[in-house]
Each structure stands twice: as C-alpha cells, then as structure tokens.
Ligand binder design. Structure first.
Ligand SMILES: Nc1ncnc2c1ncn2[C@@H]1O[C@H](COP(=O)(O)OP(=O)(O)OP(=O)(O)O)[C@@H](O)[C@H]1O
Ligand SMILES: [Mg+2]
Length: 368
C-alpha cells in the first residue's frame, strides 16, 4: 500500500474529518434551522476552554446551514465585526439567489438588495440596522434565513453588545435569523452579565464537555477507515483513553499514530504507543508550557494549592492553605478564570479547565 494522506487535523479552527460526539448540539440546531423562527435553539451559546472544539462546531453548523435554506456568515468578535457581517451576508445572499435562479427561477428578475439590477450605492445607505433590515426583507422573499456565527465573544467589544441588541429586535419581528456564539467561560459569563443585552441569558447554553470514549472511538475508526487503514478495537480504545475526550488531543493522537507507518494498512500497537507519546509531548509544548509561562508566581501558588484536592477545590480552603485572606485568594481566582486556566464549578468552587494541566503541574512539582 502506498502511504495515504493523514486525515487528522491537529490545527486549531479546523473542522475535523469526522466530528466526535456533539450530536445533541448538532441535531438541535439543524432541527431549529428546519423549523425556523420561534425555535429557541436559534440563539445558542457554546461555552468551553481552549481546544474543546467551539470553532469547529460553529464552522460545521455554518456549512450545514445552506442545505436547510439558510445562508451563514461567520465572524470573530473583533472591531469591524458588524460591517463584516453585512458584507458577508450580501455576498452569500447574491450567491445563494443566483444559484437558486439557475435551478428554479430562470428568467425571473430578482432585483432587490443583492440582485444584479440593484445599484450598490442605494443598498449602502442607512445605518447597520436599516441595511440589515433591507437585506433580511430580500432574503425573506426567497424564504432564506440568515445564520450569524460569532466566535470568541467578548463583552468589551461594543459591537458585540450592538449586535446582540439588534438581533433581539430582529427576533422580535419574527425574522428568519439565528445567532450562534462561542467563547471562553469567563467571557461568556461577562457577556451574560451585561444588563443591556440581558435577553441573551435566555439563549440555549452548551458547555463543551469532554467527549465520551465510545464516541471518540467511533470517530477515530471512521477517520482511519475512510483512508483505507484499520486499527483494532483495543488500539482504538487505547487512543481514546489517551485523548481524554479532549478534541485537540484526539487530533494530536490520531495524527501522530497515523504518521508512524502511513504505508501500512494496519495500525500496530507500537504505532499507537509511540504516537501517544509524541502527542503528549505536542500537548505539552504547544499548550501546557505556553500556559505555564504566562502564569505569575501568585497564580502558580494558587494552582499548586489546588493540587491537594482530588477534584474541584474550595477557594476558602485554598486561602487557608496559602495563609492569605479570602479576598486575596479571590483576586488570583479571578485572574486564573480570565486566563481560562480554571473554571467555576459552583459558588466558591473551582477546578482546572485546561485538560492535562493538573498532571502537568504535578509533574513540574515532582521534578523540582
Ligand atoms: N468534535 C470533534 N471531534 C474531533 N476533533 C475535533 C472536534 N471538534 C474539534 N476538533 C479538533 O480539535 C481542535 C480544536 O478545535 P477548535 O479550534 O474548534 O477549538 P476551540 O474550542 O475553538 O479552541 P480555542 O478556544 O483555542 O479557539 C482542532 O484540531 C479540531 O480539528
Ligand atoms: Mg476557537
């Protein structure tokens, strides 16, 4: 057998060849696109630490949307986002309608905002909301929906708040519109605390939990077999175990195992063991070392105090262990939450949010 292409995608922001798990989120949103205005799933927020697959999920859903008669525009919460949404919507609408025309409506003059006969200048007058309204009116005539995806949400961006507020008005008008958002836990919490857009609190929220092993196994198998290779149940189980349900690690493990002997049909036990070692190393150098270097002395002391607990820690216990006031400990907690290193598990309770970081710190401590 000649060496086949490595089908794994250990790169941030890339939709994997096979999505492991996430079935519930995907089917709820696709059903919502099918049923249209009024379905609560049309306003959804994905919340998760780095590498949990937020961007991949948004991109996957955006790609599927067209099959349900929706155009999808995708942005990150950065300055210029609103204009970007408008420009992309216009562009996608033109494409969609002209392909529709070729198939069903040959000869019918579509006109309007994105039709050929429309003067560009007249579509660009008015503020963002009026221009979007005009565009949505046009889409409505063709029964096309508009799905907006916003990645890396940040409440500090005024445009984020403006988008959410205008979106609420569009929803109120019964428009065929959807808003899927994704962000790090502390960014999403800050967004939801904003009084001006409190309606976002009613959006459906999904936490990007670890993917169960059986779903990881299934995705690994499908990915490997699609390229004409095989791995035994035992080997697949070993790869899933090493991934710990963390999407980025699934891709690292898959990719490293694959490239041991890409010319062989069967993936061997040795390929699996070597690949896992290399993937662990990648995880360390690409994610954990970088995170570690960004931490201050105080951050590290806080995290080391967490290691005494088997699982989640009480901030009050940590303060006690460090011999500091609870206010002082809360300061470090806040910093670490903002960096996405830890996450809240209830009032005054925190745990590690970056997979493998606990083990990494234990290793660092042991090696001192
Ligand atoms: N459901 C999944 N199954 C398998 N692999 C996945 C899945 N979702 C994402 N991945 C892979 O995991 C990696 C990280 O995904 P992604 O970039 O979407 O994470 P993210 O949550 O957006 O991270 P960040 O917060 O850093 O932007 C990528 O290599 C991607 O291909
Ligand atoms: Mg991302």
């Amino acid at each position: 057998m000649t060496a086949s292409r490595n089908p794994f995608t250990p790169t941030f922001g890339v939709v994997p060849f096979v999505m492991a798990g996430r079935d519930e989120q995907i089917s709820n949103i696709l059903n919502a696109l099918d049923s249209g205005p009024g379905d609560p799933n049309l306003s959804t927020i994905f919340i998760g630490a780095r590498g949990t697959g937020k961007t991949a999920l948004l991109m996957y859903l955006a790609r599927q949307a067209q099959q349900y008669g929706w155009i999808a525009v995708s942005v990150s919460a950065l300055p210029g986002m609103l204009e970007d949404i408008y420009e992309q919507s216009l562009e996608k609408a033109r494409e969609f309608v002209s392909s529709e025309n070729q198939h069903h409506l040959t000869g019918v003059n579509v006109g309007g905002v994105f039709g050929v006969s429309w003067e560009r200048s007249s579509s660009e007058t008015g503020n963002w909301r009026t221009r979007m309204t005009r565009l949505l009116n046009e889409l409505e005539e063709h029964n096309v929906g508009l799905l907006i995806t916003v990645d890396e949400v940040r409440v500090t961006l005024d445009e984020m708040v403006a988008l959410a507020a205008t979106y609420q008005l569009f929803v109120g008008e019964g428009r065929r519109i959807g808003l899927l958002m994704a962000g790090l836990p502390h960014q999403v919490s800050a967004l939801l605390r904003n009084e001006n857009i409190s309606f976002l609190r009613r959006a459906v929220q999904y936490h990007m939990e670890r993917i169960p092993d059986y779903e990881v196994i299934d995705a690994l198998r499908k990915t490997i077999e699609a390229e004409g290779r095989t791995a035994s149940d035992q080997e697949l189980a070993r790869m899933a175990e090493a991934s710990q349900g963390f999407p980025y690690m699934i891709q690292l493990v898959g990719s490293r195992v694959w490239s041991q002997h890409p010319e062989m049909k069967r993936i061997s036990t040795q390929d699996v063991e070597r690949g896992i070692d290399m993937a662990r190393n990648d995880m360390r150098t690409r994610v954990l070392d970088a995170t570690y270097r960004e931490l201050s002395e105080g951050d590290l002391r806080f995290l080391e105090a967490m290691l005494e607990d088997e699982g989640a820690s009480r901030v009050s216990d940590i303060a006690h262990r460090l011999g500091v006031s609870s206010g002082y400990a809360a300061q470090y907690k806040r910093r670490l939450l903002e960096q996405g290193v830890i996450g809240e598990r209830g009032r005054g309770i925190v745990d590690f949010d970056i997979p493998f970081f606990r083990e990494y710190l234990e290793g660092m401590r042991g090696s001192e």
